[in-house]
Design a binder for this molecule. Structure first.
Ligand SMILES: Nc1nc2c(ncn2[C@@H]2O[C@H](COP(=O)(O)OP(=O)(O)OP(=O)(O)O)[C@@H](O)[C@H]2O)c(=O)[nH]1
Ligand SMILES: [Mg+2]
Length: 445
């Protein structure tokens, strides 16, 4: 690439605001020249921190800090890269920005460093996404998932499947293009078996229950029940603050109130909802509608019953108590009747949002469920809807190929399947296909 076609970009990589140290990153053909100009000296030794005084074009001192020089292609972006570790602060940031602009550099767009690294083949798209996830990770489990993906777990899985598909495609195309006797025996059946295996593997991967995506977004947990049973009190107790209004009036909560929690490393979005009942009041009715919608979409339901109402159990709440739900009896400090061991088939957790009794057991149970729902067997999980859609299309194309009446039709669907898989990692390359054909058949020999 010529100097003119590629802009040299810079960015404050460590984020804005006051800080002990701020890191500026430069990437592109002018990076070396800019570093030499700022320091007024020859480029430092590659990949070693060197202390330098930085000056602007007029020779005035900007700051004193560490500089690093990463000549391409062995750098993050594959281009020439320089890093400046300066003092964090607005005035320094402004001065260095002006100096870099004067030297002909341009501010980087969001994600531009990673985009250049991807273009240079430093990593695939799933790894680029993992970098974004790692930066956004708020809990330990999210961080671990992002790190696994960054290390290439998905890259390897999808690349392996794609390689198998490409080989299959090559076999099928050969079946079409060349006479039978020039080809290895049993080609058709072998290809068919490979495709069936692959469709199974992808189907299994798709049936991961959405745990990877859920781990990125947070597990959605809804607190549900009749009015006045103490749902908002429970949310406040867990959040450790007065997030929701509590009152002795039934029908207090209308909107859904969410709090974000880190439960043993798992991200949880806990939602308080309006008490479920028939009502003629329009705003409360809307609240109940939202509560029901959240009950449907939540990954986990906590259904709350009132100890004071025992032995009566609210019918609307009972209806929400499916297999996965956690049954809770609140206000146990006021119990008048014995607390049942089970409600329906669910074991009961007795607690008091007022005194805090039983809260630890409830949190432990939610955390245990979160571990099951988010971690699964430990096999790589799909982390984005983008991947899931592409995998579904891949699987559908494979199933069509298996049903196809002719090698031509099968080859077309296999080609489509390979292209869908390639979209996930960002590898869409005809050259690769030719490599496979030439390597295995020595065509034109
Ligand atoms: N004694 C006792 N009172 C409680 C407990 N939890 C909640 N309360 C009281 O019960 C009343 C209702 O509490 P909320 O938390 O507002 O109940 P809610 O389920 O959110 O009610 P809605 O928003 O109307 O559906 C308030 O007066 C609380 O102080 C508890 O564990 N023990
Ligand atoms: Mg409430």
């Amino acid at each position: 690439m010529s100097l003119l076609s590629t802009k040299t970009i810079f960015a404050l990589a460590s984020g804005g605001g006051r800080a002990g140290v701020a890191v500026y990153r430069l990437s592109g053909p002018l990076a070396g020249r800019a570093l030499a100009a700022l320091t007024g000296r020859a480029l430092p030794e590659a990949r070693r921190a060197s202390r330098r005084r930085l000056r602007d074009a007029d020779g005035a001192v900007l700051d004193d800090g560490l500089v690093l020089w990463f000549p391409g292609p062995d750098s993050f972006t594959g281009e020439d890269v320089a890093e400046l570790h300066l003092h964090g602060g607005r005035a320094v940031a402004q001065a260095i920005t002006e100096a870099l602009l004067t030297l002909g550099l341009v501010p980087a767009e969001p994600g531009e460093f990673s985009r250049r690294a991807f273009t240079a083949g430093k990593f695939d798209l799933t790894q680029a996404e993992a970098i974004a996830d790692l930066v956004d990770a708020e809990t330990t489990a999210q961080r671990r998932q992002a790190l696994r993906q960054l290390s290439g777990t998905l890259t390897r899985l999808y690349d392996d499947w794609r390689e198998r598909l490409l080989r299959c495609q090559a076999h099928l195309e050969a079946e079409i293009d060349f006479s039978e006797e020039d080809l290895p025996d049993g080609l058709g059946t072998a290809a068919r078996a490979t495709l069936a295996r692959l469709a199974e593997d992808i189907g299994g991967h798709l049936a991961d229950g959405g745990r990877g995506e859920r781990l990125r977004d947070g597990l959605s947990v809804a607190i549900l029940g009749a009015p006045n049973v103490g749902k908002s009190s429970l949310l406040n107790r867990i959040a450790g603050r007065d997030a929701a209004i509590v009152s002795s009036l039934a029908g207090t909560t209308r909107d859904i109130i969410e709090v974000h929690l880190d439960l043993g490393g798992y991200p949880v979005i806990l939602a308080d909802t309006a008490g479920l009942r028939e009502t003629a009041e329009a705003i409360e009715e809307e609240g109940v509608r939202r509560a029901r919608a959240r009950a449907e979409s939540a990954d986990l339901r906590i259904v709350v019953f009132d100890a004071e109402a025992l032995p009566n159990l609210d019918a609307g709440s009972l209806a929400l108590l499916e297999e996965q739900a956690i049954a809770v009896v609140n206000k146990c400090d006021r119990k008048t009747a014995p607390i049942p061991q089970r409600i329906g088939a669910q074991p009961v957790l007795a607690l008091s949002a007022e005194s805090g009794a039983g809260m630890e057991a409830l949190l432990a149970e939610v955390q245990r469920r979160a571990a099951v729902l988010l971690e699964g067997s430990g096999a790589p999980a799909i982390t984005r809807a983008r991947h899931r859609v592409a995998l579904q299309e891949t699987e559908a194309a494979l199933r069509r190929a298996l049903q196809a009446g002719s090698a031509e039709l099968a080859a077309e669907d296999v080609r489509l399947a390979a292209r869908c898989l390639g979209r996930i990692t960002g590898r869409i390359d005809v050259e690769e296909m030719l490599d496979v054909i030439f390597r295995e058949f020595c065509i034109g020999k």
